[in-house]
Design a protein around this ligand. Sequence first.
Ligand code: 4AD
Ligand code: MG
Length: 438
Amino acid sequence: MENMSWINYRTAYSKDIYGKSENEEVKLIGWVAFKRVHKDKVFIQLRDRYGYVQLVVSREYSENAYKLAKRLNIESAIAVSGIIVSDERAPGGKEVHIKELIVIAEADVWPITKDVLKSPETMFDYRHLTMRGPRSRSILLAREGIILGAIDYFTRNGYVLITAPTFITAAVEGGATLFKLKYFDRFAYLTQSSQFYEEAAICVFEKVFVVQPSFRAEKSRTRKHLTEFLHIEAEAAFLTHDDIMNVEEELVKHIISFLNENYEKEVRYLLNGSLLKEYEDRFPRIKYDEAISILQSKGVNIEWGDDFGSDEERILSNEFDIPFFVTHFPVSTRSFYHMNDPNNNEVTLSSDLMAPEGYGEITSGGQRIHRYEDLVRKIRDFGLNPEDYGWYLEIRRYGMPPHSGFGMGVERVARWLFRLPHVRDATLFPRTPSRIYP
Ligand code: 4AD
Ligand code: MG
């Protein structure tokens, strides 16, 4: 019977090779990422969980291994044993000369041809396979770094990780972008944000955060909209709007240094050898009014009270080379839960953190209305029904302190930090208005 367990075969990973001495024997497992036959040798780039290592399968060492290697299709899974040899022509200066090659799972002819690679759309049709490429691999690892960097920040700062439901009954961010679905004999929606559940939880944990998908039935075909995105949200009791902006700023700075420290290889790969820029300065905070003036001075046709579209965000953020906050958005541009500015009832204690150089919004946040009567009034002002927000109102009857929070889109942050053409590049299986497969 075929031995199915390879668990004890491997003695090293690709990354270990470069620190090991010449002539040491190693056993490796992985996939044939690239292959080149040159006279009596087959050169293989073996890919494993940590990266790549060059294998040389020479007729001289093993006729049998050479024969197998020569006919193997790329992406076949193999096990090899061999010795480490220094060679300056090999990537990283070391390669492994193979004595034994075992085929674990043979691959068909790889369907990702040059034509497929030419079009981003076909690349995503084959995402289940194209994700194995070195660039997707690095982006997906860097994305992990963003998530783990955020978790690291929150847990060091006393935030409790909670989870919130995906099926919900009322809008958080306005009815226009709700996905409606049948829920047994009634209707429900997919959540746009976990914020309301976080607000309930701050009365027990004070500071909470979530890392989970949010859904938006947004038809906008821009470089920054997905219908399902990974949302990192945080909410904290006793914090004001200014306090929460400080949290957002610290979080972004922490994620950047976390990536430089723990994901150096991927960062350098994606940024042509550079590390991410670490910002020493405080992020500027400009009021919405000032942002409107800047846009108008750039010839943009926008009036006070209008929300920013993708173009406006791009034009505005092109004026900055450091992330910056736009604060005090008009009441009409923000969801009902935002607290109005006590000094100016036309604007809210809210803000967007904008990534510089054209990338635009990466977070939205602000201070919430914490008094029951104020919230009922504002729900009515917005033409909504307080009955739809029963429990959300009720938590305000039982000791709800002033509090603030924000949400950050992981793919937006990745697009900015790694200069990606589209947010879909920062997600494994993107969901957009035109894509729900694979
Ligand atoms: O600005 P949004 O809609 O704010 C909220 O949902 C708040 N309830 C969050 C909170 O205060 N807890 O979404 C927050 C962030 C945006 O700044 C953006 O980074 C990301 O989520 N985002 C999207 N990312 C990709 N595709 C979309 N369609 C997105 N919509 C929002
Ligand atoms: Mg927003």
